[in-house]
Structure formats: C-alpha cells, structure tokens
Design a protein around this ligand. Structure first.
Ligand code: NAP
Ligand code: ZN
Ligand code: ZN
Length: 355
C-alpha cells in the first residue's frame, strides 16, 4: 500500500512564505517532488516556530534566500513511500528536523553526526536540496524527504507537542547528553524560552539538579512545574554573586546581547558553558573568565539523526514533550513578534490544517 512511482510532482502544497527579508510572511504555494525510490511523503500536521525561523526570515544571519518557507520542527503522518523505503510506512507518525540530507560520505556523516557534515548539509529550508532545487520548510502541508533523514515519533507523544522536539529538543538534549548531565551534576539553563523550557525538562529527566536563569521572575512558577529546583532572575544583581562558582554545566540559549563573562563566573572549576543561542554580533570574552577555574566555553548545534531518534525515544519513555500554544497560520507574524518579546509559553506550533 502507498508505493508508487509516478513522475509528476505531487499536488501543489499550501505554505506560508517570507518573500523578502523585511516583509511579513504571506500565503504561498510550493510544489514538492514526487517521492523517489528512497523518499517518504509526509502530510505535515504541525510545525513549531523556532527563533531561528525569525533570524533567517529576517536575514539576520546573512545569505538568506527568498521566497523562504521556514519551519524545521515538523511532525506529520506518512502518506506514501518510494519502492526502496524500509524504515517508514504509510500511516506512521514521523518528524523532520533541521536538515533533510547531507553528504553521507564524510567522517562525520559516517559517524552519525550529520550536524557536523564536512561536505555541507542540506538544511530543511533556506538551503538547497541535493538536486539543487531550493529547500522549503514546514510551514506547509506536505514534504518529501529521504527516509534516512526522517525520524519516528513514538505513538505516546502527541504530534503537536512533539513537533518542537525536532529542533528545540535535540538542541538541548545533545549538549546535556555530551556533557553528561545526570545525578550529582548542577546544570543551569539560561533563558527559559522554546529551547530552554524543554532543556529544563530533559535535564531533570536525566537526573541533574537544574537551575533556571531568566530575565525576570515571571517564569518562576513554571520553572518549578517543569522540575527545576532553583530559579533566579538575572535582573537581580545579587544573582551573580549568590551563584558564583556553582555550576558544572551552563547551557546558554539567549540570542540577545548578554555578557558571557558574567555567566562564565557561575561555573564551578572545570565547568563548561555551552552556547546554543546565536547572537547577531560577536561577544567579547575575557581570558580571565576561562583561566580562573579552568572553565570551558563551547557551543553545540542540533544533533545527528541517530541522537535525534534517541532523544525522541528518551522523551517518549519519560513522558516529556513541549509546552505549546497551537496557532492558526494567519497568526504567524503576530507569533514572531510575541517570540521576540519572550511572550510565549513556550513554543508556538502552527496547525497546518489552517494554511
Ligand atoms: P526563544 O523562545 O525566543 O527563547 C530565548 C529566551 O532567551 C527567551 O525566552 C528569554 O528567556 C531569553 N531572552 C530573550 N531576550 C533576552 C534578553 N534581552 N536578555 C536575556 N535573555 C533574553 O528562542 P529559542 O527558539 O529558544 O532560540 C534561542 C536561540 O537559539 C536563538 O538564537 C536560536 O536561533 C538559537 N537556536 C540554536 C540552535 C542550535 O542548534 N544551536 C537550535 C535552535 C535555535 P527568559 O524570558 O527566561 O529570560
Ligand atoms: Zn530551530
Ligand atoms: Zn557529510
């Protein structure tokens, strides 16, 4: 069932696109390719709004290509598979994250760390497919992706709340996993937004003692509900004195201009701060912030396919998914403004039926 070979493109797909960097997103129609031998066709049900969508739709990272259909937190149902597909079948609930292909031959791809592909990844949008056509993201109703880049979403995870795991979830899981967040480890999450809130849940589920550092006290109650043991407002100057030298691991999700030196001072000896938020401008770091206490400053970007699947299975086994606000497509521009004001609890997810 569902295996077919016809060559015409599948029906035009309704989408939302940014036509230029400064314009609001508008309804737009794209075409997806017919599934090839190893392709999976997916009816997208939900797509999360990641802050990276806003950075790219507004060309804040440079080299953006338009029209742009953002969206890399995709959850949906398989509607058809190519004749060679063995990993997914029609009716499965599946996800697609930040990339839809990679070179498959470099050491990183062979190690299952496609996020570091040396040959260049094919990002889900604002990039090109392997065949050179522009890639379009998940603010749309269908997508066709090679089976190796499609994730299984376990049955007990609701598709809407699972969608943001495909970027926010793996972006926090990967460094928490790599730096061994777990029992006996003191972890701080800086910024409790889309990334930060799921980071709190995952770090707590891994057994770490989790502290949230947020701009104000507004999210204090929520942080407790998500399992954090401690919460501090960074607007309070006492916070940096109180917490000096305490954390084994700090995950910094903030993309605004903040003083990283202040946060490095919160590391315990040999502790690491991992940057996952991406500010537009370079951030000056004082050498003393590193040498005193043998502190490390590192970064992390999403995760490979194997680890993303591991994260989804982990979340399913712990009953974890994102806290979301489901919106209709005509609220995307408003949602962007609200994300910029940290006014979302904690991820907007587009119901693609409304496109
Ligand atoms: P988000 O939902 O907007 O969350 C960011 C949080 O940062 C906000 O909720 C807020 O938390 C805090 N914040 C905002 N403005 C601030 C300011 N002026 N000073 C201090 N804190 C501030 O965004 P997101 O989707 O989580 O993404 C965060 C960043 O990560 C973006 O730059 C995004 O592009 C990047 N990202 C990176 C990767 C990766 O692989 N490395 C993957 C996805 C996204 P409080 O209200 O708690 O202060
Ligand atoms: Zn993202
Ligand atoms: Zn590669």
């Amino acid at each position: 069932m569902g295996r077919f070979h016809f060559r015409r493109p599948i029906l035009p797909t309704k989408a939302y696109a940014a036509l230029t960097a400064k314009a609001p997103l508008v309804p737009f129609t794209i075409e997806r390719r017919a599934p090839r031998e190893f392709d999976v066709a997916i009816a997208i049900k939900y797509c999360g709004i990641c802050h990276s969508d806003i950075h790219q739709a507004r060309d804040e990272w440079g080299n953006a290509t338009f029209p742009m259909v953002p969206g890399h937190e995709i959850a949906g149902i398989v509607t058809a598979v190519g004749s060679g597909v063995s990993k997914h079948k029609v009716g499965d609930q599946v996800g697609v994250g930040c990339f839809v292909d990679s070179c498959r031959t470099c050491a990183q791809c062979l190690a299952g760390e496609e996020q570091f592909c040396l040959g260049g990844m094919n990002f889900t949008y604002n990039s090109k497919e392997k065949d050179g056509t522009p890639s379009f993201g998940g603010y749309s109703q269908d997508v066709v992706v090679d089976e190796n880049y499609v994730l299984r979403i376990p049955a007990n995870l609701p598709l809407d709340a699972a969608a943001p795991l495909l970027c926010a979830g793996i972006t926090l899981y990967s460094p928490l996993n790599y730096w061994k967040a777990g029992p006996g480890k003191k972890v701080a999450i800086v910024g409790m937004g889309g990334l930060g809130h799921i980071g709190v849940k995952i770090a707590v589920a891994m057994g770490a003692e989790v502290t949230v550092l947020s701009q104000s006290n507004r999210k204090q109650e929520d942080s407790k509900r998500l399992g954090a043991s401690r919460f501090f407002a960074t607007s309070d100057p006492e916070t940096f004195k109180t917490l000096a030298g305490q954390f084994d691991l700090i995950i910094n999700t903030v993309s605004a201009d903040i003083d990283w030196n202040q946060y490095l001072s919160l590391l315990a000896p040999s502790g690491t701060m991992v940057v996952v938020g991406v500010p537009e401008k370079p951030v000056p770091v004082n050498a003393f912030s590193l040498v005193i206490g043998r502190h490390s400053l590192s970064g992390s970007i999403i995760g490979g396919i194997r680890e993303t699947q591991e994260m989804l299975d982990f979340c399913a086994s712990k009953g974890i998914a994102c806290d979301i606000e489901v919106i209709a497509a005509d609220k995307i521009n408003e949602a962007y403004e609200r994300v910029l004001k940290s006014d979302v609890r904690y991820r907007f997810v587009i119901d693609t039926a409304t496109l």
